[in-house]
Design a protein around this ligand. Structure first.
Ligand code: ZN
Length: 328
């Protein structure tokens, strides 16, 4: 974890937690240990000897000098995540780490979320002493792309509409291995609805009640030099964040890339991606435009070294890491 300079901006990673090894096995179905081992540059930092992928959950603070922006908000502490129980009820020192990096809760002016999955939204709220959910950052506006927020809300299904056939589907004995993995990452509509409702109540409602939610069109420039960039595929309205300051540029991926091996193999989508074909096309276009340039790429789930430049590497690409200006 450290701080990088992008022109006059200071960009700091704040770790929440390291994802337990093995938890993501099967997330990227094509990434078998044998195939991964052929991509030597991924080892040992991004993939271990057993061919398992290493990943973490972290947020990024963009400090423009005038404005302090938190990009993605992790899982949060004490949240209800029946869809991913090991990430619910957490008690991490995320806020202490943020403070150590120089940012108190009241310092954050804006929260931007690349998409509204549970590992990107949590710190929008926290529990006060009485257990009530309140905005974690009392002065921050939560600025979301309207289409992504509406996609999230559309997952909440009224109980009448929950058709028993939806939950009974895909439980047959002749289910293929591929279907089984996909189902593990794409739970049934009822579970998704329940999870989405919980996120809405615990995480977004306190921000809405405070009058701090702001919905914007795709591609909006938030403050000079900080822009939402449309990168659909993981979700239909997923957005990455582009930074530009004093002639330098950077790009915060969100889940446009889950892992550096999707830089090597942009066509390897993750189970649960909304549209693998769209994602592959968008990733290829991005990598082609970024390769060989000085665009600094921040991988949202990448373990260290998590920041670097894209270079062409045979059929695919690779990440050439850079060290931070300040390391912690
Ligand atoms: Zn994620």
């Amino acid at each position: 974890m450290g701080t990088w300079n992008v022109g006059l901006f200071k960009v700091t990673e704040i770790e929440e937690f390291v994802i337990q090894l093995g938890l993501l096995n099967g997330l990227i179905p094509q990434a078998t240990p044998e195939v991964i081992r052929e991509l030597g540059w991924l080892q040992p930092q991004y993939v271990n000897d057993a061919g398992e992928i290493r990943a973490n959950v972290h947020s990024i603070v963009v400090d423009t000098g005038d404005t302090k922006i938190l990009v993605d908000a992790g899982c949060g502490n004490g949240k209800s995540y029946p869809m991913q129980p090991s990430w619910g009820g957490l008690d991490t020192p995320f806020l202490e780490r943020l403070e150590k990096a120089g940012y108190g809760r009241e310092d954050i002016d804006i929260i931007l979320l690349t998409h509204l999955h549970l590992d990107h939204v949590g710190w929008c709220s926290m529990q006060d002493e009485s257990g009530k959910w309140v905005p974690t950052f009392p002065n921050a506006r939560l600025i979301l792309v309207r289409d992504e927020y509406e996609r999230h809300l559309s997952q909440i299904i009224s109980s009448d509409a929950l058709d028993s056939s939806a939950t009974a589907a895909a439980q047959g004995e002749d289910e293929s291995e591929e279907d089984r993995i996909a189902r593990a990452f794409l739970p049934d509509a009822e579970a998704l609805s329940n999870q989405t409702r919980l996120i809405q109540e615990e995480t977004f409602q306190p921000v809405i009640d405070a009058g701090h939610l702001e919905l914007v069109p795709p591609g909006t420039e938030i403050v000079p030099g900080v822009r939402y960039v449309s990168t659909p595929g993981h979700t239909s309205a997923h957005h990455s964040v582009r930074l530009e300051s004093d002639g330098q540029a950077a790009f915060i991926t969100g889940d446009f890339f889950h892992h550096p091996l999707q830089i090597a193999r942009p066509e390897w989508s993750s189970a649960g991606d909304w549209d693998a074909e769209v994602l592959t096309k968008n990733r290829r276009a991005f990598l082609e435009s970024a390769a060989g340039t000085d665009l600094l790429v921040f991988g949202t789930h990448f373990v260290e070294p998590s920041v670097g430049y894209i270079v062409k590497d045979g059929e695919g690409y690779r990440l050439t890491p850079t060290t931070p200006a300040t390391q912690r």
